[in-house]
Write a protein that binds this ligand. Structure first.
Ligand SMILES: Cc1cc2nc3c(=O)[nH]c(=O)nc-3n(C[C@H](O)[C@H](O)[C@H](O)COP(=O)(O)OP(=O)(O)OC[C@H]3O[C@@H](n4cnc5c(N)ncnc54)[C@H](O)[C@@H]3O)c2cc1C
Length: 440
């Protein structure tokens, strides 16, 4: 006799790799789905990368800009979190392979593994000119910057001292501009009050850009306003001057060698290894070429989103490598999978909604381009601050960041001026790497 009740369909496994902006948005859009969702990340926290430069320059603490993934997904009963690093994908067996020797089965897979630095073929520059992509990068850079002040305070050789107080940022996109402005403020206002032998005029902050202007993705007049603000803060701009060499203590531009103890890379990114895992076609930055539905050829159940994908939407717009693009893609893919699981109508074709661009220059100036609304200076900074506080995950983070900014605004104090980790051992070492011969 035929069964009276149809057998309950087996729950599908949805695996999301990466709990950044894209991966979390996908997981949250699947909250009501009748499926088991496994979110795999090599870290146990979600990171708000747009404020990493504030950790690197001692304005915020690491916990202010991160939130445990388990807490974010606490109330989502169908979501499971796995701390592990993905190393590959077996497309035949439909499993994700991890460093912890797991083989995690999937029916649907969303890859949202982001991007890392690109040194345009000069990976040998990486140890001398670190970039910021992770919290570890930011705290190491913070230590490097603060150590330069500690060493300069004790240095008696004038050339070595000058080099210790020279900070070079390579790349004048939003991250480079924000870093240069924040270092200039840290150097000239916050730090000098606590050191006996360092005066504000001793410091040099140089922002180098290969292209003809800073902030190439912004309108020209806004970029000009930002350049003016930076120069008022004492940042030296070196435009249309590509870097030709970087060593431990020097940067070469236009044949000129500039001695500097702190060199920071903010010039380029390349995608994660997702393209290699899939054996898929990638662009020059290693991003997986996907269709407007974020799938790769022949794999309708595997989606690649965010910084690790090269996508042109239904309207013909190439998606930029920014947080809103990753979030919108994640939310759309989540809804698409949910609709397929429930056999309901699929969402309309994906269209990217460009919400504009913002960059801050120090603690009271920013440029904001929201299409019709364009702001500079203090008004821009207020909007920039409100937007960044609003988009942080978690009330504790919002409260903590807002109060830190208010305190710093009123007092110029940078509360997170801590040298931590292995860098402290180097701080105590008497040897100062920059000597007369390097600085010559
Ligand atoms: C310093 C900096 C400043 C920025 N400023 C802005 C800004 O002001 N505005 C803006 O819109 N955008 C900004 N961006 C860009 C924005 O942060 C990215 O576009 C966005 O984070 C992309 O989201 P995603 O989900 O693709 O990747 P991510 O947010 O980078 O998340 C990727 C996740 O994948 C995980 N992961 C990677 N590899 C593996 C693996 N093998 N196994 C397991 N997990 C893995 C990572 O741990 C991470 O959690 C900035 C980026 C940086 C670095």
């Amino acid at each position: 006799m035929a069964p009276l009740i149809a057998p309950i369909a087996k729950r599908k496994n949805i695996v999301i790799v990466g709990a950044g902006f894209g991966g979390l948005a996908a997981a949250q859009a699947l909250a009501e789905a009748h499926a088991d969702i496994t979110v795999i990340d090599r870290r146990n926290f979600h990171l708000f990368q747009p404020l990493l430069y504030q950790v690197a320059t001692a304005a915020l603490s690491p916990a202010d800009i991160s939130a445990p993934i388990r807490s974010v997904l606490r109330r989502q009963a169908n979501a499971h979190v796995m701390l592990d690093k993905v190393t590959g994908i077996d497309r035949e067996k439909r499993v994700v392979l991890t460093e912890g020797r797991r083989a995690v089965p999937f029916d649907y897979l969303v890859l949202a593994t982001g991007a890392r630095h690109s040194y345009f073929g000069r990976d040998d520059w990486a140890p001398f000119a670190p970039g910021i992509k992770t919290l570890d990068d930011a705290t190491r850079l913070r230590a490097r910057i603060l150590l330069a002040f500690e060493r300069a305070e004790l240095e008696t050789d004038p050339a070595a001292r000058r080099a210790l107080l020279t900070f070079v940022v390579i790349g004048a996109g939003p991250t480079g501009v924000e870093l240069a402005g924040s270092i200039a403020e840290l150097a000239r206002k916050s730090v000098t009050r606590d050191f006996r032998s360092i005066a504000p005029g001793d410091m040099t902050v140089v922002l180098i850009e290969a292209g003809p202007r800073i902030l190439p993705s912004f309108r020209e007049n806004l970029a000009q306003a930002a350049a003016q603000s930076l120069e008022e803060m004492g940042v030296t701009l070196r435009l249309a001057q590509p870097v030709t060499e970087v060593t431990a203590h020097t940067v070469t531009i236009s044949g000129r060698v500039l001695p500097a103890a702190t060199i920071i890379w903010a010039a380029g990114v390349k995608a994660s290894a997702a393209g290699r895992w899939l054996g898929a076609e990638t662009d020059r930055a290693g991003r997986v070429k996907v269709g407007p539905d974020f799938t790769t050829a022949g794999e309708p159940d595997i989606f690649v989103i965010g910084d690790t994908a090269a996508c042109v939407d239904e309207g013909g717009k190439a998606l930029p490598g920014v947080a809103p693009a990753a979030k919108q893609a994640g939310a759309w893919v989540g809804k698409l999978i949910a609709a397929r699981l429930a056999s309901t109508r699929e969402p309309k074709p994906f269209r990217y909604r460009d919400k504009g661009a913002m960059a801050t220059i120090g603690r009271k100036s920013a440029v904001v381009d929201l299409g019709r609304i364009r702001l500079t200076g203090g008004a821009g900074w207020l909007l920039w601050s409100a937007a960044h506080v609003w988009f942080l995950i978690g009330f504790r983070n919002r409260f903590s960041v807002a109060t830190s900014w208010l305190w710093s605004y009123l007092t110029w104090e940078r509360g997170a001026r801590l040298i931590t980790g292995q860098e402290i051992a180097r701080a105590r070492a008497p040897d100062i790497p920059i000597r007369q011969q390097d600085a010559a």
